[in-house]
Design a protein around this ligand. Structure first.
Ligand code: ATP
Length: 304
């Protein structure tokens, strides 16, 4: 089952094309990292997923073919928007009470137990809790709805490293113990690299690359060799991004097989997820035009 499936999905606000030609098929039971710079279209994609926005082109379905925003879809999705918005004047206990009244399925015991484990006082007003506690409270309210898909929009932006770690531990427990599928957006890959097993890179409103992390890493290599003559070799490879530093050229390439032979004088090594993400972010459009195998001429960049 795909938790999110899109076909030629697009969203335009007035003159602004926030998202275009978005094709995704994200299988369930994954921790999905949605990564891209500011203004890339992450929030737009998440809002479309949870039905807070309507597409202006194409289609989006969730949880195995349910129309995004339909009652059937909303029943299985919990969403925490940016900055963990909460009613600041309500206590944690009142928020639990209100959320329970608004939701057909709400596990109050889970919510109070989690807050107890986190030492978040039930009587304190949400607005007086620390940023980390507020984020945990918003996450707990979302998880107590027992969703099949949890959508988190930049949930850790204002958290310190310890609060981030605690937050991710709660999310990971939900994935492992309850089989919840999670989509987390961030403009910082490092936040998600350790935990994500599915990556979606978005920039300029387009999907640059998407897939299982293991498969993406296996399908790319970094090649290093002499800058002189490298154009000749680059022609034979599907280059995503190329850089030169002095006499040395470095190419990040898509490869059919990790042990594909390389020319004499060249070295090959596995890519890291950060290298792969950066390569696609630097070359928006490479994924959309796979036939442009040789991008060496226009892609060459001098690093100092
Ligand atoms: P950030 O990391 O800064 O939150 P993002 O990747 O989530 O960015 P979006 O918020 O989806 O990006 O915005 C994508 C583009 O759409 C931006 O150019 C933004 O200005 C525009 N946009 C988003 N929402 C609206 C709106 N309601 N009205 C007009 N333009 C919008």
């Amino acid at each position: 089952m795909n938790v999110i499936e899109t076909r030629e999905l697009g969203k335009t606000y007035g003159q602004t094309r926030a998202l275009h030609d978005c094709n995704l098929a994200i299988p369930d039971r994954h921790m999905v990292a949605l990564v891209g710079p500011n203004g890339a279209g992450k929030t737009t994609l998440l809002n479309l997923t949870v039905g807070l926005a309507l597409p202006t082109a194409g289609e989006i379905t969730v949880l195995g073919g349910r129309r995004a925003g339909s009652l059937a879809a909303l029943d299985g999705i919990a969403f925490v928007a940016q900055n963990a918005p909460l009613y600041r004047n309500l206590s944690a206990a009142e928020l639990i009470h209100e959320t329970r009244n608004l939701n057909r399925r709400f596990d109050e015991r889970y919510a109070t137990r989690r807050l107890d484990e986190l030492a978040i006082p039930l009587k304190r007003k949400a607005g007086t809790l620390s940023g980390g506690q507020q984020a945990q409270l918003a996450l707990t309210l979302a998880l107590a709805r027992r969703p099949r898909l949890l959508v988190l929009d930049e949930p850790m932006a204002s958290l310190d490293p310890i609060a981030r770690d605690d937050f991710m531990t709660t999310v990971l427990r939900a994935v492992v113990e309850d089989g919840v599928s999670v989509v987390l957006s961030s403009h910082v890959l490092a936040e998600l690299e350790r935990v994500a097993d599915y990556l979606v890179v978005v920039s300029h409103g387009g999907i640059q690359v998407a897939g299982e992390v293991e498969e993406l890493l296996a399908a790319h290599r970094t090649l290093t060799g002499p800058a002189s003559g490298s154009e000749q070799y680059a022609r034979g490879w599907d280059v995503v991004h190329a850089t030169t530093a002095g006499q040395q050229a470095q190419l990040l390439v898509r490869t059919g097989h990790p042990s594909e032979p390389v020319p004499p004088g060249w070295n090959t090594r596995a890519v890291t997820l950060e290298e792969l993400t950066m390569a696609y972010l630097r070359e928006p459009g490479t994924a959309a035009t796979p036939s442009s195998a040789n991008r060496w001429d226009e892609a060459t960049e001098v690093t100092r």
